[in-house]
Write a protein that binds this ligand. Structure first.
Ligand code: ARG
Length: 550
């Protein structure tokens, strides 16, 4: 259950108006505190403390209230009943929303013919977790991998392949684009040829199409590998710039019918600036002067297509923040042209930096490739585990490395930069993925060793026990807030807090020791199970895998 919501709605129903509910910093005062009396006192012109004392008996009638008391200028502290905590904590989580939405999610957005790099980490991880959160809440999502597969890079790659032959694997393929770009830089004929090929590819030249299809296979296979290594849900659609090309003409017609397209130096643009703009707001480029499909045209056509086929309530994008302006422009045009009535949102990420605060680079100074980064973190885990004298199998090491990377990524506010430090994120202590997994493994192992002796009917709870159970009752609210605020970091921070309480409970409340009597043991096993189930649900939303041992 969403405890916070239940308690606050019950109090508001009982008193007949809306007040704030808070969690007191010092839990000794109570599990919740409300400013109800202070709000009521204002409108009634009464003394808040007096009014609070009048309200207390009413609150004590509520099924969850063990005790209520007045504090400070008129706050009311509420302590929950143990049997209520037990009963509700033992229910399985059900956070299904009353108003399910259809949501198109756009993340990943990998580029064909280019290696995935560290910049693709966050869009993949945060996008995937947001998708899982939305589904957990009962929304229907469709995830789009809007791949970069139709622009000038394609012409540059094809030009190279025509001269030097087809690459045999992803490593060879991924070297072509930088090489061909460098050549185009010094050689105008080469550049023009690439432009020409791009235009002809887009209008259906069969030879170019064949080459394109061949290297596309290599790129798609590489994307699959990354998906697998990052344990991402499969995309519902891999449909990018090429996929939406057939809808550009329709989209253009709509823009024309609204008189939005303007000619500018042979190109077609839409002016999106308004008088309220204080920051620069250049026109959106719909078609270049060489008649090529633009990045913006692809996104507008994708909105047109998605609206037509999915009719979504929401379309959400996850990219790095360098694309903020692009999406502002696209959203403005989409609304001006009436392409969709869906709510549009874009979450722009900060960058991953090295310890020096500069963009994270490999040791030789290159842009770090995604798969290399995963290998690097896996090696860091391996070193650490070996140094601790442990032996773990390869799959476990991989799962720990996965948790290290993903948890750390989710932990930070998506809009801010963060330092990517393989040593720090693989630590088994602190706010790290390995710590989260370690706690889950510990809870699992207690349950495994105990067999089935748990009991969820005992009533009396110690502070450590009740704090842990109450935290599990905050899970559904956390998931809901993470969704509402598009703040996947809330899930990671929640998982950490839950682990802290679970470990405190584990240290202070012996379970399997000989001197623990049977009812206490059964109670604590019940608590362990509830904590484990909740933690496992949070871990699942982050797309991590719990190893058997650690
Ligand atoms: N391929 C783009 C890039 O790597 C990202 C695509 C993001 N999604 C979108 N609908 N534009 O920069």
């Amino acid at each position: 259950m969403n405890l916070y919501k239940y308690v606050s709605e019950s109090i508001n129903d009982k008193l007949g108006f809306t007040a704030n509910l808070e969690t007191p910093r010092n839990r000794a005062f109570g599990d919740f505190s409300t400013n109800a009396a202070m709000v009521m006192a204002k409108s009634a012109g009464k003394n808040p403390r007096e009014l609070a004392n009048e309200i207390l008996p009413k609150l004590r009638e509520l099924d969850f209230v063990a005790d209520a008391s007045v504090a400070g200028p008129g706050f009311i502290n509420i302590k929950l009943r143990d049997d209520f905590i037990w009963r509700t904590a033992a229910e399985p989580h059900n956070a299904t929303t009353a108003t399910p939405k259809k949501i198109d999610l756009d993340y990943g957005g990998y580029n064909v013919g280019k290696a995935l790099h560290i910049g693709h980490l966050r869009t993949s991880i945060v996008g995937d977790t947001f998708n899982r959160i939305a589904r957990f809440l009962g929304h229907t999502t469709k995830s789009y991998n809007h791949i970069g597969d139709w622009g000038r890079p394609m012409g540059l790659i094809i030009a190279w392949i025509l001269e030097y032959g087809m690459p045999k694997n992803a490593d060879e393929l991924n070297k072509i684009y930088p090489a061909s770009t460098a050549r185009a830089h010094d050689d105008e004929t080469w550049l023009n040829r690439a432009k020409e090929i791009t235009a002809e590819l887009q209008s259906g030249n069969p030879q170019y199409r064949q080459i394109y299809d061949d290297f596309m296979k290599i790129s798609l296979a590489q994307m699959d590998e990354v998906l697998h290594r990052l344990n991402l849900l499969p995309f519902d659609a891999t449909m990018g710039e090429r996929g939406v090309a057939p809808y550009v003409a329709d989209t253009q017609k709509i823009l024309e019918s609204r008189n939005l397209l303007v000619e500018s130096d042979g190109a077609l643009v839409v002016n999106v600036r308004t008088d309220d703009d204080t920051a620069p707001m250049p026109p959106l480029m719909f078609r270049t002067s060489s008649d090529a499909q633009t990045y913006a045209a692809a996104d507008l056509s994708a909105i047109y297509y998605r609206t037509k086929t999915d009719n979504p309530d929401i379309i959400g994008y996850f990219t790095d923040s360098r694309q903020n302006l692009h999406f502002q422009q696209v959203f403005r045009v989409a609304k001006m042209a009436g392409l969709t009535t869906a709510e549009l949102f874009h979450t722009g990420f900060g960058a991953l930096t090295g310890p020096d605060g500069k963009p994270f680079k490999t040791r030789d100074g290159g842009v770090a490739e995604l798969l290399d980064i995963l290998d690097m973190v896996r090696d860091a885990v391996h070193t650490r585990v070996t140094a601790a004298g442990k032996q773990l199998n390869a799959e476990t090491i991989n799962n720990i490395a996965l948790a290290a990377v993903k948890f750390n990524d989710l932990l930070h506010d998506v809009r801010s930069d963060y330092v990517f430090d393989p040593t720090q994120i693989t630590s088994f202590e602190g706010r790290t993925g390995p710590y989260i997994l370690y706690t889950a493994v510990r809870l699992n192992s207690v349950l495994k060793r105990a067999g089935d002796q748990s009991d969820a009917s005992a009533n009396d709870l110690t502070d450590d026990e009740r704090n842990l159970l109450i935290e599990t009752l905050d899970f559904e609210r956390t998931v809901q807030s993470a969704f509402d605020n598009r703040a996947t970091d809330m899930i990671a921070n929640y998982a950490y807090d839950l682990c802290q309480l679970a470990n405190t409970f584990y240290h202070n409340c012996p379970i399997l020791r000989d001197d623990v009597d049977a009812p206490t043991r059964a109670k604590r096993l019940g608590i362990t199970r509830i904590a484990r189930d909740t933690l496992a649900a949070a871990i699942d939303l982050m797309g991590l895998k719990i190893p058997d041992e650690m």
